[in-house]
Design a protein around this ligand. Structure first.
Ligand SMILES: Nc1ncnc2c1ncn2[C@@H]1O[C@H](COP(=O)(O)OP(=O)(O)OP(=O)(O)O)[C@@H](O)[C@H]1O
Length: 256
C-alpha cells in the first residue's frame, strides 16, 4: 500500500540496566512482507530488543510503533491479539499438557476472546487439529509436550504462534540446537510462512539458516545496529567479520 506506515518501527529505542546499555538507541523500520534475520555476538542485546518490541520489558527511552500506532509498553497478550506473535529462546510450552492441549490454549486464549468459556467447542478442536496437521504434528496430538523431541517442540511453538495468522512473527533462535537436516526442515517451514504473507523477524546464530531465509540481515553489537542490509553483504563487512563472524565468514553459503 503506497503511503502506508511501516509494519513495525523503532525510534531511538534504548534499554539501560544501570550503566549497561543493553539496547542503545536503535532506529529501524520493517515493512510488510519482509523476512529479517538478526545476528550478533552473545550479549549484543538481541533478545532484549525483542522484549522491548513485544512489551515484555519496559523501554528506558524511545518508541515502538506497530502499523503506525505507538504501542510502547503495550502488554504482550494484547499485541498477540493484534497480530504480533512471538516465540522464545527456551522452547518450553506447557510441558505437562498434551500437544493438542497446548494448541487449544493458543486457539482459545490467543484469539482475543476476553471471556473464553470453559467448554472447548468442536470448531476450536478442529482448528487446533488442522493447525497441528499442517505442521506435521497431528500424530503427536495426545503426547505430553515434555515427552516429544526438541524439533517437534520447536515446531509446536511456531504452530501455536501462527494459529491466528499474525501479521508479524518474532522468533528467538528458532533453530538453535537442531541437527543440520532439521535446520533444512525449518528453512522450508519459514518459506511456507512467508508465502502465507506473514512478516518474520528472527534472531539466529546459525548463519546458514539466516542467509537462506532472510531477505534482510541486521547485526547487533553492544546494543547498536552495526549492519542493516542484504545477507550476501555480511561476509564482506569488515566490522561484522571482526566482532561476530570471524573466519566463519569465509565459508558462509550465500544465496545466489
Ligand atoms: N534483566 C537484566 N538485568 C541486567 N542485565 C540484563 C538483563 N537482561 C539482559 N541484560 C544484559 O543485557 C545485555 C544484552 O542481553 P541480551 O540477552 O539481550 O543479549 P543477546 O544478544 O540476546 O545474547 P544471546 O545471543 O546470548 O542470547 C547483556 O549484557 C545482558 O547481560
Amino acid at each position: 500500500m503506497p503511503g502506508a506506515p511501516p509494519l513495525l518501527e523503532c525510534r531511538n529505542v534504548a534499554k539501560f540496566y544501570g550503566a549497561l546499555a543493553a539496547v542503545d538507541g536503535v532506529d529501524l523500520a520493517i515493512n510488510r512482507g519482509e523476512t529479517v534475520g538478526i545476528g550478533g555476538p552473545n550479549g549484543a542485546g538481541k533478545t532484549t530488543f525483542f522484549d522491548l518490541i513485544s512489551g515484555l520489558t519496559k523501554v528506558s527511552s524511545g518508541a515502538v510503533l506497530y502499523q503506525g500506532e505507538d504501542i510502547t509498553g503495550r502488554a504482550p497478550y494484547l499485541l498477540f491479539h493484534d497480530g504480533m506473535a512471538r516465540t522464545f529462546q527456551v522452547t518450553s510450552g506447557f510441558g505437562g499438557l498434551t500437544v493438542l492441549q497446548n494448541m487449544l490454549a493458543a486457539v482459545i486464549y490467543g484469539g482475543g476472546r476476553t471471556k473464553p468459556g470453559l467448554l472447548i467447542g468442536r470448531r476450536d478442536r478442529e482448528r487446533a487439529m488442522a493447525s497441528l496437521e499442517s505442521f506435521g504434528l497431528a500424530g503427536l496430538a495426545e503426547k505430553r509436550v515434555s515427552d516429544i523431541t526438541v524439533l517437534a517442540r520447536k515446531k509446536l511453538m511456531v504452530a501455536t504462534a501462527v494459529v491466528h495468522e499474525p501479521k508479524i512473527l518474532l522468533l528467538d533462535e528458532p533453530v538453535g540446537g537442531l541437527l543440520p537436516t532439521e535446520v533444512d526442515e525449518f528453512i522450508d517451514l519459514m518459506r511456507k510462512l512467508r508465502d502465507r504473507g506473514i512478516s518474520i523477524v528472527f534472531i539466529e546464530h546459525v548463519m546458514r539458516f539466516l542467509t537462506a531465509v532472510a531477505d534482510r540481515a541486521l547485526i547487533m553489537h553492544q546494543g547498536k545496529l552495526i549492519y542493516d542490509g542484504a545477507p550476501r553483504g555480511l561476509a564482506k563487512d569488515a566490522q561484522v567479520r571482526s566482532v561476530y563472524l570471524g573466519s566463519e565468514a569465509d565459508s558462509l553459503e550465500m544465496p545466489a
